[in-house]
Ligand binder design. Sequence first.
Ligand code: NI
Length: 177
Amino acid sequence: MAIREVLKMGDPRLLAVAEPIAKFGTPELDALLVDMRDTMRDLDGAGLAAPQIGVGLRVVIFGFESNPRYPEADSVPYTVLINPVLTPLGEQQDEGWEGCLSVPGMRGLVPRYRELRYTGFDEGGRPIDRTVKDFHARVVQHEVDHLDGVLYPRRIRDLSQFGFTDAMFPGEDITDD
Ligand code: NI
């Protein structure tokens, strides 16, 4: 197990479209998932996508009981999601504040579908099929964007709502580094 370096915005590897996983239950996939979990937890991330540690595969992890980066958010179960497919349910989008371990120290107001269904596979190739909403739905959309080379600043509609966390939320105890 190892804490891996998280690539920062500007690195071209974050702009690439990741490849699907073809084989489940391999030692390589298990090792990748251990490194991703260690790295996410070390940085208090709400989620992490494999491309963020330089691995161009369609693998994301997310979930937390409580998170100092998002103190208001409801808990999300720890999830390994491979080859995900998202289907928005309804047209409704909400604006919400997001950060990203690849864009350290910053926050932006990002529109996301309020409710969606996601399907995919866990590390053993077992199917996952969930219908979720609110912050859980937001986290999934953020992480799956990473698999298509999209970082959240590209989703922001009003760039006046994008800036450094400590400048935008002075005095609030939001961990972000
Ligand atoms: Ni991110």
